[in-house]
Design a protein around this ligand. Structure first.
Ligand code: PMP
Ligand code: GLN
Length: 413
């Protein structure tokens, strides 16, 4: 085997999705809705399938033209920069491939990439596969565990600590807002602090914004690419699966200046080449529709967060009622909770050497039938130990699923 596979063979999704399938009755683990996408995109997909023979054939390699046009139209308005549909966008197989192509296209052997913890786990192996060196900086909770309810907004970067991570080898910095798993939505001041450092050190920003429409209680998603001087150095990544609750379609994209996208196109044309045509057509129609209703209650980008707001609060009170301490997310569709006050014996002999949260989640799946995700999976090995008292719950679920989770938790407590 090739050396690049060394040390990245373990994968939290592979492991816990299998465990969930084998043992769990209720799955609040892997992040996907268990309800249907909105009617207008389902209809768009069906329409695409019946539109004629060409919709079943290859389309433009760097993105189906109707899709890049609708993305350019939509996001030019959001970013406040005129996006060229053919130069500034690459359509990919989900946000995953956009991330992979970005690292492959931009990172050289020995380049350092700053990753803010907790981070969506694939950033680390992707940086390594590109020959890069991940450099980690954790978000830290401001208030101590005094019983008060923490918000993801209380988890912050230290500007001094972040500044100390930049070296002459730093090539890029990765942020994820709204963040998976915490739900932190970076404020403009926080993004400006990051942007100032990246401009000062001439560093690229890879901004993973797959949950951009999901913000709660007044939190506002800001695109770092929209800050002065940042368009030229930011790759903004999005996901049709997360946007339209259709994670199985695997349509993603990267938006950036053409001088960056052109290198990502080189990777894409020599690896994946085309993405599925009808799924791209459906996402294109989804964005066309959203363009028309943007900012109105008709918009799915208002309806989905409104629906999730209620589910978030329901899950939080449930977790509190059984002694778990949730961190209230400002965005996204996950909630992390501190389980350290729960006293259970979850020392399965087969998992003795594992982190506390991994053992607890395995116990919860196998003994109680409830699947969640251990949060230390979102940390580097160096920092995982400090954060192994949290587990992540996904709340983009039917009421019946959340009620079934409530039944399990109440019986156990
Ligand atoms: N980034 C983050 C933060 C995610 O949570 C996910 C999982 N959806 C992805 C990227 C990958 O998205 P996709 O399913 O579009 O590949
Ligand atoms: N992004 C989703 C999550 O965080 C799914 C990840 C995956 O299946 N690889 O749960």
């Amino acid at each position: 085997h090739a050396n690049r596979t060394n040390g990245i063979d373990k994968n939290v999704w592979v492991e816990f999705t299998q465990l969930a399938a084998a043992y769990s009755k209720v799955n609040l683990g892997q992040g996907f809705p268990d309800f249907a996408p909105p009617k207008f995109v389902q209809e768009a997909f069906c329409h695409a399938l019946n539109e004629g023979p060409m919709m079943h054939q290859y389309t433009r390699a760097f993105g189906h033209v109707p899709l890049v046009k609708s993305l350019a139209k939509f996001f030019s308005r959001v970013i406040g920069h005129e996006i060229d549909p053919l130069e500034d966008i690459l359509v990919t197989v989900g946000a995953y491939q956009a991330l992979f192509s970005a690292f492959q296209a931009l990172i050289n052997e020995g380049d350092e990439v700053i990753i803010v913890e907790p981070f969506f786990d694939c950033y680390q192996p992707m940086v390594k596969m590109a020959g890069g060196q991940p450099v980690y900086i954790p978000l830290r909770p401001l208030s101590p565990g005094d019983g008060s309810v923490l918000s993801s907004g209380d988890w912050v970067l230290s500007p001094e600590e972040l500044a100390s991570k930049f070296t002459p080898r730093t090539k890029a910095l990765v942020i994820n807002t709204p963040n998976n798993p915490l739900g932190k939505v970076y404020k403009t001041e926080e993004l400006q602090m990051i942007a100032d450092l990246c401009i000062k050190h001439d560093v690229l920003v890879i901004s993973d914004e797959v949950y951009e429409w999901l913000t709660y209680d007044g939190a506002k998603h800001v695109k770092i690419a929209s800050l002065p001087g940042m368009w030229e150095r930011t790759i903004t990544i999005g996901s049709g699966g997360k946007t339209f609750s259709a994670t199985g379609w695997k349509v993603g994209w990267a938006i950036s200046s053409g001088h960056i996208i052109k290198h990502m196109k080189t990777i894409h044309q020599n690896t994946v080449y085309h993405c599925a045509t009808p799924a791209q057509e459906a996402v294109a129609r989804g964005f066309e529709r959203e363009y028309e209703v943007f900012g109105t209650p008709e918009s799915y980008f208002q309806q989905l967060p409104a629906m999730l707001h209620h589910k978030k609060n329901k899950l939080a009170s449930l977790l509190k009622s059984v002694g778990l301490k949730p961190i209230m997310p400002e965005g996204g569709y996950f909630m992390t909770a501190d389980f350290s006050s729960i006293k259970v014996d979850c020392d399965d002999p087969s998992s003795k050497d594992e982190a506390k949260d991994f053992r607890f989640v395995k116990w919860l799946i196998k003994e109680k039938g409830l699947a969640t995700i251990p949060v230390s999976a979102f940390y580097s090995p160096e920092h995982g130990k400090e954060f192994d008292k949290y587990i992540r719950f996904c709340f983009v679920k039917e009421e019946a699923t959340l009620d079934a989770a409530a039944e399990i938790l109440k019986k156990w407590s």
